[in-house]
Design a protein around this ligand. Structure first.
Ligand code: DLL
Length: 431
């Protein structure tokens, strides 16, 4: 069995607790001294760094959420002088006050090491050819797995996303062995590989797929089509990117790199910590980050933690697959989309807020359609005028979301009114 950092991945419970406690105390002191925004939140709650003596004291600290990140945008949560930072990454899909995360060189190294752990857990070594078709740029998928692959010493193909024909050609020519991309792109690639007759020429043995929800059925389907083992990988930009947790050979959940990211599960409504084994919202405290050390950050992802012994030998706590979200964020082809952003665009463009968002998955690719009720004035327009207006809305939504939804203008009062909360989103994806 191979590990990238055995000492951490297989540490005894006592050693891990000692390390986490020490790192937590340093992290709390660090943010209190260096980040005015944090000092304000902690003072408001009446908690000082000296009050945090062990991991049990963690619930005394305030939570942070995406709203705090937006309020403190862009530099308000930076914990080191700007000249010590070397990179920013950002979440997909939001414009205006987007979420930006900062990294020092040390932060980048740690992040890449976490991705290297994931690659080694998927059977990767120096002998492998790692084919990375997550997007590169502000999105963390490409840079994270790329850096992890370098750390392992594998030959790295920085393919980025798109151009499926070229992906398959290089995969065959260069004998790629490990594929890194979103599970929906993996499923699409698998189909394209089978259809193009290239199945016999590919040498893939494993895939590292994440950034969006996927199911056990989808895993089995991709594994069968490509003849590989498919591993889940989880992460979020705010905490570093992919590699916050990763799956091992057991394929029963993802080991959290808890020497760097301490997890809690809370009740999403009350914010109260829940006992081990409960299903709830995942909250992370960064234990070793320099530039952007978020403490008690609410991910909004719902899952369960387990400390059951794992056959791979790793002692790192495991999280289940992400089972849902405690907010209404949608992930469409890897891009994070909030219905509230769509509503804001509609209102700005002069439409009433009577709309419905229909999400589906066709041939393994997400589709999104926004149905918008016309005002009586628009309704009386010609078909040509209506399709021009639909085109304008597509453009406005594209520049807000970063993806192009289909827009359909529908007759006034044709979207069913609900007695309670409006049903804004119909998600037909069976995943
Ligand atoms: O999606 C980072 C990433 C890149 C993870 C590549 C794995 C692979 P964000 O764009 O900030 O970062 O989106 C983070 O995506 O809060 C989850 O809701 C969702 N997510 C990430 N990984 C998984 C997964 C990247 N394996 C948000 N399963 C998170 C389900 C996932 N959802």
């Amino acid at each position: 069995m191979d590990y990238y950092q055995r000492e951490m991945e297989c540490a005894s419970r006592e050693a891990m607790l000692d390390l986490q406690t020490k790192r937590l105390k340093d992290a709390v002191r660090g943010v209190y001294e260096n980040v005015a925004y944090y000092r304000g939140l902690m003072d408001e709650k009446g908690v000082k760094p000296d009050d945090i003596k062990s991991l049990e004291d963690l619930p005394r600290l305030p939570f942070l959420s995406k709203d705090d990140l937006r309020a403190a945008y862009p530099y308000g949560l930076l914990a080191v002088p700007l000249e010590q930072t070397v990179r920013i990454q950002s979440t997909s899909g939001t414009t205006g006050r987007r979420v930006v995360a900062f990294y020092t060189q040390h932060d980048i190294d740690t992040w890449e090491e976490c991705c290297a752990r994931a690659i080694v857990a998927a059977g990767g070594s120096r002998k492998d050819v790692v084919h990375v078709c997550y997007g590169y740029g502000l999105f963390t998928g490409g840079p994270g797995l790329n850096g992890g692959s370098h750390k392992v010493g594998s030959l790295t193909l920085p393919m980025s996303s798109g151009n499926t024909e070229r992906q398959i050609q290089l995969m065959c020519d260069l004998s790629s062995t490990i594929l890194c991309c979103t599970p929906s792109y993996a499923a699409f690639l698998a189909e394209s590989i089978v259809d193009s007759g290239a199945r016999e020429r590919i040498k893939l043995k494993a895939g590292i797929f994440g950034a969006e929800f996927w199911s056990e059925e989808m895993r089995r389907d991709i594994e069968a089509k490509l003849g590989i083992r498919a591993y889940d990988i989880y992460g979020l930009t705010e905490i570093s990117g992919p590699g916050v947790s990763f799956e091992c050979s057991e394929q029963t959940g993802m080991h959290i790199n808890e020497d760097h990211f301490f997890p809690e599960i809370i009740d999403p409504d009350s914010g109260e910590p829940l006992p081990e084994g409960s299903k709830g919202e995942l909250v992370f405290t960064c234990l070793s980050k320099e530039a952007f050390p978020l403490l008690r950050y609410r991910t909004r992802d719902i899952c369960v933690l387990s400390r059951k012994q794992c056959s791979c030998g790793r002692t790192l706590v495991k999280m289940s697959r992400v089972m849902g979200r405690s907010d209404d964020m949608l992930i469409i082809r890897g891009v994070n989309v909030f219905p509230s952003q769509i509503e804001a665009v509609l209102l700005k463009c002069g439409y009433p807020a009577n709309y419905q968002i229909i999400v589906d998955r066709v041939k393994h690719s997400d589709t999104i359609e926004v149905q918008v009720e016309m005002t009586p004035e628009i309704f009386s327009d010609t078909v040509k005028d209506i399709s021009r207006k639909e085109g304008e809305l597509v453009g406005a939504l594209r520049s807000m979301l970063g993806i192009s939804p289909k827009v359909t203008l529908v007759a006034p009062r044709s979207i069913a009114r609900s007695e309670g909360k409006a049903v804004r989103v119909i998600d037909r994806r069976k995943i």
